[in-house]
Write a protein that binds this ligand. Structure first.
Ligand code: SAM
Length: 245
């Protein structure tokens, strides 16, 4: 029996759900998926003519955006994982939308292309925590480095070449990575960088079980956590960065 993820954002007034199939060897959507989609959907005015979901996993972001955009919008999705790209293709068909799904690292599948909106969700969690958290089972590619910035810094450096003039990059930054480095890089590469979402979560049991590792990562600046009341918490922030026209 295939597993499913049911998406509906009541904050955006959704009355109907969108369902995608998930798989054990592909990243399972999380609360960050929902927050990222909230930011990306709020960035659909005026409607982009072309959208890329990079680091697409099951394709949930591309599918939801395609369902919320006019027919004729070009929607593309890619992931390093071939299993993810195949699953994204199945989820597009299941939801009656056309998405060009490809596999390859970062922007490699999209040489020479430009998009009005790129939604990046390539693995960006401190590698030891990505594995300990259960978010990245061994079959799901991560390799984001000790401070989680390996891929996102590359995405920020390369994205201006893959954005049309005035195009926007929507990306999450978790405090379970060296977020200041990421934001500084984005501000250096883009005309504007705006934080559009923020959500805090308590450290889950899987991460609390790795407390010594968490303390080491905090000590060397790889991650940041904050005490809220009696609980240690981490956050996801979502940013919109605009390429100069
Ligand atoms: C946080 S998941 C995002 C999946 C999807 N957006 C979601 O919310 O469910 C990160 C994705 O990045 C992919 N990934 C890891 N390294 C990559 C790379 N170098 N290039 C492209 N995708 C990569 C993983 O396979 C995984 O599907």
């Amino acid at each position: 029996m295939p597993q499913e993820f049911v998406y509906r954002d009541k904050k955006l007034g959704d009355t109907e759900a969108i369902t995608v199939e998930t798989a054990p060897d592909v990243f399972q959507p999380t609360s960050t998926t929902v927050l990222l989609l909230r930011a990306a959907r709020r960035a659909l005015t005026p409607p982009p003519r072309s959208v890329l979901d990079v680091g697409c996993g099951s394709g949930v972001v591309a599918v939801v955006l395609a369902r919320n955009l006019p027919a004729g919008t070009t929607v593309c999705a890619s992931d390093l994982s071939e299993a993810a790209a195949r699953l994204a293709g199945r989820n597009a068909a299941r939801n009656g939308v056309t998405i060009d799904c490809r596999s390859g690292s970062l922007f490699a599948p999209w040489a020479g292309r430009q998009f009005d909106l790129i939604v990046d969700d390539v693995a960006g969690v401190s590698e030891p925590l990505a594995r300990a958290s259960g978010w990245y089972p061994s079959q799901v590619p991560s390799e984001a480095g000790r401070d989680g910035t390996r891929w996102i810094l590359n995405v920020i450096d390369q994205a201006p070449d893959y954005l049309a003039p005035g195009g926007r990059l929507c990306f999450p930054v978790l405090t379970l990575s060296r977020e200041n480095l990421v934001i500084e890089r984005a501000r250096a590469r883009f005309a504007t960088v705006t934080q559009v979402e923020e959500q805090w979560y308590p450290l889950g049991e899987d991460l609390l079980a790795q407390w010594t590792l968490v303390e080491e990562l905090v000590a060397d600046g790889s991650i940041t956590i904050e005490k809220h009341g009696s609980r240690w918490c981490w956050a996801t922030r979502v940013f919109l960065a605009e390429r100069a026209s």
